[in-house]
Design a protein around this ligand. Structure first.
Ligand SMILES: [Zn+2]
Length: 319
């Protein structure tokens, strides 16, 4: 019996069977669940995983829109006021415009427009574009799976490469929904540590198991996403993983959405995420009214407040 790679427990793992339901192949996969730390690990998966990430996989198809000129300069000026944390200025700006959701990350990681930002597994750069549009000036995305490099601006590029092939020193290194796909998680965190400034912040955003959606939907939990997700962490297994690799958790932001409900409800009824009557493909043909979706989003906000939503941003600092 191999010990748990996270907590080293040698106790017999439980086995969970899950089916591929994003594309509806219904291929069957087995996961081991550690009885001590709760981490869930994909037992095996065929090599040649390209078929599991077809070209219409969501991270490659989102459209990037850039803000330029005066509007971007104005937003950069606003960013300076936010970064300065001047209460009067921040209240005034909040009245002018609801700040985009990345402002919560900017606040927790104490970023400013000069911060050097790396996005690992950036796809075509959708999330980085939100930073660019607020006036950030040093943005690099990397993703070995994009067709080719993209140069949006002098200070905003996406390179076709892995973290192992990337050098440099960054104030903020983020990976949005990447870690759950990676088998060798110790290596991934070591690589983040290699390119992160000693005073920098790493943000890792992943689904979190043992929260309400997992307890309620089990193997139909939409963010289990067999077999793309190889490792599903609990809060405690993730904390052990980062400590084992020289980091501590500085902040935790629960940011789950109504997706955990409508996606999992669909899976219970064998409606694939990419099906013609899936809410993400064709809301009008889906099971849900706009009122249902609004209730799901509200329920997600309640779960986040209770630290029970199924998705988390962890903000890490070096030990
Ligand atoms: Zn364990």
């Amino acid at each position: 019996m191999n010990p748990c790679p996270i907590c080293k427990s040698t106790a017999d793992p439980a086995v969970v069977t899950a089916f591929e339901k994003m594309f509806g192949t219904l291929a069957q996969y087995e996961y081991s669940v550690c009885p001590q730390c709760g981490v869930m690990l994909l037992r095996d998966r065929p090599e040649g995983s390209r078929a599991l990430y077809p070209d219409n996989y969501y991270s490659f198809t989102s459209k990037v829109c850039l803000t330029k000129g005066i509007k971007r300069l104005f937003r950069r000026a606003c960013l300076k006021l936010y970064s300065g944390q001047n209460k009067f200025a921040v209240n005034f700006l909040n009245k002018l415009r609801k700040p985009p959701s990345i402002y919560e990350w900017i606040r927790l990681a104490r970023l400013n427009s000069r911060s050097r930002i790396l996005d690992i597994g950036s796809g075509n750069g959708l999330i980085l574009s939100a930073f660019y549009n607020e006036g950030f000036n040093c943005l690099l995305g990397i993703d070995p799976n994009i067709p080719e490099a993209i140069r949006y601006a002098r200070n905003f590029t996406i390179e076709k490469r892995s973290i192992q092939e990337t050098d440099g020193c960054f104030d903020f290194v983020m990976s949005n929904h990447v870690l759950e796909h990676i088998r060798n998680q110790d290596e991934f965190l070591t690589e983040i540590g290699r390119v992160l400034d000693p005073k920098g912040v790493a943000m890792i955003r992943i689904p979190i198991k043992d929260t309400y959606a997992w307890r309620h939907y089990g193997a139909n939990w939409v963010q289990l996403d067999a077999p793309r997700h190889r490792v599903l962490h609990t809060l405690s297994s993730f904390e052990m993983l980062v400590r084992n690799n020289g980091f501590e958790i500085a902040d935790i932001l629960f940011d789950s959405t109504g997706f955990q409900f409508w996606g999992s409800e669909q899976y219970e009824k064998n409606i694939w995420l990419t099906a013609e009557n899936s809410y993400s493909v064709n809301p009008g043909k889906s099971l849900f009214s706009s009122g249902d979706i609004a209730r799901f989003d509200l329920r997600a906000q309640e779960l986040n407040a209770q630290k029970d939503g199924d998705q988390v941003c962890f903000f890490l600092r070096k030990l």
